[in-house]
Write a protein that binds this ligand. Structure first.
Ligand code: PGA
Length: 224
């Protein structure tokens, strides 16, 4: 059983989100994998309703590094109570690049996630994993899920090689401990089956290929 996270990023309006959920929920609910959908926050409630009674889980694409309070625009763990969100994606390279987040911000998001009973999915590259691991408190570090997300393979249509993904896994585990390790970066239906079915990769973070309902369902069916 793999963890497969559909990260829509900043895509879809209400109609499109509704349509995707209507097209996929029954099929995804029957998957043997743990499917997690990370819609933009305005659609979390809608998705929670659709997924009610299924084993599909929800993730937020980001979380505030602060507790509840005067932080205009931030979505914190308090705001998610009752929405049945299970995971928080933190430290995505797009957050680091466009919103100038650093390892310390990500470490605070990891803490907030655990305090709010969310499991953080910490996105790292070969350039960030070591310092990122160090900045996260000991009690949380080994409990996170780590997503290896090489920037040069995100949104390019070309996934990393199996060799590199596995090599990085060893380095990540040395830094973080015995975490669940997933891969993200141009995972789609054309990705090498050796990658999609490898026992040492615990799952996938899927961006572009999660946007189209049929494509995502096809991809889920290829993964084993
Ligand atoms: P991609 O995005 O699948 O579109 O490459 C992956 C990610 O950024 O998590």
């Amino acid at each position: 059983m793999k963890l497969i996270i559909a990260n829509w990023k900043s895509n879809k309006n209400l109609n499109e989100a509704t349509h995707w959920l209507e097209q996929t929920t029954t099929t995804l609910a029957a998957s043997t994998h743990q499917i997690v959908v990370a819609p933009p926050s305005p659609f979390l409630s809608l998705a929670a309703d659709k997924f009610q009674g299924t084993k599909i889980k929800l993730a937020v694409q980001d979380i505030s590094p602060f507790p509840a309070g005067a932080y205009t625009g931030a979505v914190g763990v308090k705001n998610l109570e009752g929405l049945k969100v299970s995971y928080a994606i933190v430290g995505h390279s797009e957050r680091r690049r466009y919103f100038h987040e650093n390892n310390n911000d990500v470490a605070n998001k990891v803490r907030e996630s655990f305090l709010g009973s969310l499991t953080p999915v910490v996105c790292v590259t070969k350039g960030t994993y070591k310092e990122q691991a160090k900045s996260i408190e000991n009690e949380y570090r080994h409990k996170a899920i780590v997503a290896f997300e090489p920037v040069e393979h995100i949104g390019t249509g070309i996934a990393d090689t199996l060799e590199d993904i596995l090599e990085t896994k060893d380095m990540v585990k040395t830094a973080f401990g015995d975490v669940r390790y997933i891969y993200g970066g141009s995972v789609d239906t054309h990705t090498d089956l050796e990658i999609l079915t490898h026992a040492d990769i615990d799952g996938f973070l899927v961006g572009g290929a999660s946007l189209d309902a049929d494509e995502f369902v096809k991809l889920v069916n290829l993964i084993s």
